[in-house]
Design a protein around this ligand. Sequence first.
Ligand code: MN
Length: 471
Amino acid sequence: MKRIIKGGRVVSSHGVRIADIRIEDGIIKEVGEISQQFFTEDCQVTDASGMLIFPGFIDVHTHFDLHVAGTVTADDFYTGTKAAILGGTTTIVDFATQYPGETLMEGLSNWHKKADGKCSCDYGFHMSITDWNPETSREIETMMEEGVSTFKLYMTYDTQVDDKTIYQILKRLDEEGGMAGVHCENSGLIEALQEEAVSQGRMGVASHPATRPAGAEAEAISRLLRLAEAADAPVMVVHLTCEEGLKEIRRARKRGQVVYAETCPQYLLMDDSLYELPGFEGARYVIAPPLRKVRDQEVLWEALASGEIQTVSTDHCSFTLEQKRLGERDFRKIPGGMPGVETRGVLMYSEGVAAGRIRPEDMCRLLSENPARLYGMYPEKGVIRPGSQADLVILNPEAETVIREADQIQNVDYAPFEGRKVKGVIRQVYLRGELAAENGRVVKELAGKYVHRKVPSVPVPVPAGDMQEKQ
Ligand code: MN
């Protein structure tokens, strides 16, 4: 299959340049001015004049088909990856989980059963470690061979690991070149605050943010980073939400540590006033960590522009409004999570690039190149250059649309950003050279392949920490 995409504005982490892209058998062969000899009869030519072309977006934080909070997420791998590809995400990395008593291999094969044959974008797995023992430790090497080079640790929830375990895991992962992403919240403090709320009869949605304060996140980040310092290992803070947390990351970087950070569109674009909506309406925004203050949003946007935050993922973990009602009488039972995989690209373009907060090249770094580098998929993915896979998003920067639940294909009956006008519409999405989505429709389903991820070996620079500390 031969294809030429002509005259688009091709985005890289260095900038934007007008170029043609020549593709053969799913691989990018040439980026630049393509010689006439290649415009043969069997070559499909697409005019992309005036369009921006990004490397396919990568979402390294999704939860599809996850059994949690007494229910199962509304999106499975079929609906979730279909929504992903429609939104320009050509690769997701989901969280396989080792439940207590299982081996890592059992956890991984359970997730292959959920995903294999059902994905419309490429997919990989992190492994969530919940039961650490000598056998688990030995299995880290096996995971690497299985293409699982990154891991997830929780400092809260019933999947949590304690400080001793975190230290041991970080050290062991570092030996194999792996890396952990960590959900940072102080579990004991949250539990105590929840007990107080319950004893005072405060059972509504407003108790969700009140019992998970920014300080609980910052404390856990600080503790994690001291454990990582002792283990002399790099680490990723997932879904960073607040200024207090960022300050802890700056301190660790100032000590010379390699610390990466991720945030999500909801933390950039929504604030905790949504928990005060009448009735049970605020439940649709119940996520952990919770939405924060407007001030935190501003700080996070600045950190995206300055390079202090490396990736923007979704933490897509969707529940229907009916499922959210499980917590109607008790905020602790509201399934935590919201959808996001379908809208991340246009939201980040509209609110980030079109709004002037970040440049197209920043967006390319945050959604494509850095995730590919940090999670062992570069340069096969995350960049538009000869030899790379032709995962491409063609975006019309002038077109506008409105986000509506009625138009979405993710399996949820509400849209967190309902009614939001966005500038920038995705025209085409290519997965390894094949047209997968066009003009708001998925045109090729189930073409996703498992991504055997390598040990991440292409570092992403992090700022030193000093400069920011003085501000
Ligand atoms: Mn998550």
